[in-house]
Design a protein around this ligand. Structure first.
Ligand code: ADP
Ligand code: MG
Length: 568
């Protein structure tokens, strides 16, 4: 037989493993959820693959997950007969971390010294398979890809290297065996060889998994006694029992589903370790039947603003998992929404291309979008604190919708809020801004810039301050992009305080003043001729001697800077 080969973990993987080994995360139970979730994914993938590839030689007769406990050896094995992995798969999927945002995650983790901060970060990131090393000091994974004959065994203690070798007789699918760390006698709650404990974890975290999760029944003392007298040999084959109830949560009446079940389901599909901020359910009957169970997370994922950020909605057809990251079901600016849409009348063979063009899918997407927007609107009026969390985490993404989705623009403006001169920390809705507008004030004034401090120190603000006009402080890059296109909110147009001749009414400069400053202005115009178009007397300043303004049609300075940075 071939020698086991020793390979090194990629450096980011090594760092993550160190974190797991010295686990700073207190809820270790979730390792089992991660392994069962991987097994369930593997079964989904196999079923889907057999629909796509009729020639695939795979055994799909009894797809399931199986848990085996061995008290004496102190091992726990999670086995599935799903898609399995080739040798290359194992090296690429288990030996490295391909997730976007890993580097940033690790950098932030280094920065946040306190354990609580680290827990939050881990929750945001989700660590999957590696969480095994929170409870195991050695992990053995044996796998064979469906349709192939070559099995592989992978083994590691999580410390820098792993071994990999071919095995001859591996069954289809994957078995992960955890060699559990020495028992903590003080605390039986962490005994993962206890049937009771494992059963409880499965019920709590994986009850809705649609595949059966089976566990070997441990012989009761009574059985053992019988076995002694009769000497039955069948006792070697353990009897298996299905532990989870397997009910698709989205298909159950909402009155029967507890908040906790929703949250566990959310964690399963999102790989988030924190609770969702909001749960949204939808049901449509009639010509095009579907059910949707959507979640708004309580924290933005690391990759929210990365190019390859995933969209979080999964598509099922009649309870069969079809695809992750279904972009046809959710507009890009709501990419943080997670969940499941189960449609009744689609083919199991649908492709992403077909979905993009499907009229009914587009109709579902429009309804989901409206529903999410109205949910946020309700949150805004009924739970200000929750809404504040939402906006802090996702506001920047939502504002992209102002550009991308003209059809829902006013609904998006309605659920948006902005920093303003009215309050030092609390952002304001446009509705509130309008309600505070001064007599005679016609526009919603704003100023864009790099930061609040920069904007607050801008001479442009002086006259507005003096008049008591509130000004929105827009500091996100995306703000530059939408303010020009959007026009206004409820008849009030947006107006930059840095552009054109802002007419604040009243105190015009007098002819006398004009005459007095004429020579100076001429001289300045001549001197600055290469830099500015015109030098004029203004009433907009109160304490600063001068400021630079743009023409009404001009780009804002920040936008100009952005374009320059892009080389345009
Ligand atoms: P995630 O599940 O978020 O992708 P994991 O760390 O849990 O991250 O798993 C990494 C990858 O390893 C999975 O995406 C999958 O491709 C592969 N994998 C893990 N467990 C299994 C399994 N039981 N069967 C097949 N592939 C698996
Ligand atoms: Mg996983």
């Amino acid at each position: 037989a071939a020698q086991p080969e020793t390979l090194e973990f990629q450096s980011e993987a090594r760092q993550l493993l160190q974190l797991m080994i010295h686990s700073i995360y207190s809820n270790k139970d979730i390792f089992l959820r991660e392994l069962i979730s991987n097994a369930s994914d593997a079964l989904d993938k196999l079923r889907l693959e057999t629909y796509r590839d009729k020639d695939l030689e795979a055994d799909t007769a009894d797809l399931h997950v199986e848990l085996t406990l061995d008290k004496d050896a102190r091992t726990l094995t999670v086995r599935d007969n799903g898609i399995g992995m080739s040798r290359d798969d194992v090296v690429n999927l288990i030996g490295t971390i391909a997730k976007s945002g890993t580097a940033e995650f690790l950098r932030k983790l280094k920065e946040s010294q306190d354990a609580a901060g680290s827990q939050d970060l881990i929750g945001q990131f989700g660590v999957g398979f590696y969480s095994s090393f929170m409870v195991a000091d050695k992990v053995t994974l044996t796998t064979r890809k469906a349709g192939t004959t070559d099995g592989v065994r992978w083994e590691s203690e999580g410390e820098g290297t792993y071994t990999i070798e071919p095995v001859a007789d591996a069954p289809q699918g994957t078995a992960v065996t955890l060699h559990l760390k020495p028992a903590d006698d003080e605390d039986h709650l962490f005994d993962y060889t206890s049937e009771w404990k494992v059963r409880e974890i499965v019920k709590r975290y994986s009850d809705f998994i649609t595949w059966p999760v089976r566990m070997a029944k441990q012989a009761s003392p009574l059985d053992a006694a019988e076995e002694g007298t009769e000497g039955s040999e069948e006792r070697n084959e353990p009897e298996f029992e299905t532990v989870n109830s397997r009910k698709a949560l989205w298909a159950r009446p909402s009155s029967e589903v507890s908040d906790e079940e929703y949250q566990e389901f959310y964690k399963h599909i999102s790989h988030d370790w924190n609770n969702a901020l909001e749960t949204v359910r939808m049901q449509a009957e009639g010509t095009f039947e579907y059910q949707a169970l959507l979640f708004i997370p309580s924290q933005a994922p690391m990759d929210l603003f990365m190019r390859d950020a995933k969209r979080g909605v999964q598509l099922y057809v009649k309870r069969v998992f079809i695809m992750d990251d279904c972009e046809a079901l959710m507009p890009n600016y709501l990419r943080f929404v997670k969940g499941v849409v189960d449609a009744q009348d689609l083919s199991l063979n649908v492709s992403r291309e077909i979905l993009q063009q499907d009229r009914q899918i587009r109709a579902i997407r429009r309804r989901l979008e409206k529903k999410i927007l109205s949910t946020i609107k309700t949150m805004m009026t009924e739970d200000a604190e929750k809404y504040a969390t939402f906006w802090r985490e996702f506001g920047r993404a939502v504002k992209e919708g102002l550009l991308d989705d003209p059809e829902n623009r006013s609904a998006i403006l309605d659920i948006s809020s902005f920093a303003s001169t009215h309050h030092a920390e609390k952002p304001t809705s446009l509705r509130d801004y309008v309600s505070r507008m001064k007599e005679g004030q016609e526009h919603i004034y704003y100023l864009t810039g790099e930061s609040r401090t920069v904007i607050e120190n801008s001479p442009h603000l002086e006259a507005f301050r003096a008049k008591g006009y509130e000004v929105l402080i827009l500091t996100d890059p995306v703000d530059e992009m939408w303010v020009d296109g959007v026009g206004g909110f409820e008849e009030k147009s947006f107006q930059s305080v840095a552009k054109g001749e802002v007419d604040l009414g009243g105190d015009e400069t007098s002819d006398e003043q004009k005459a007095e400053y004429e020579d100076l202005l001429k001289w300045m115009s001549a001197t600055l001729t290469d830099s500015v178009k015109e030098v004029r007397l203004s009433s907009r300043l109160t304490t600063s001697p001068s400021c630079i303004v743009g023409d009404s049609g001009d780009m804002t300075p920040t936008l100009e800077k952005m374009y320059r940075a892009m080389g345009q």
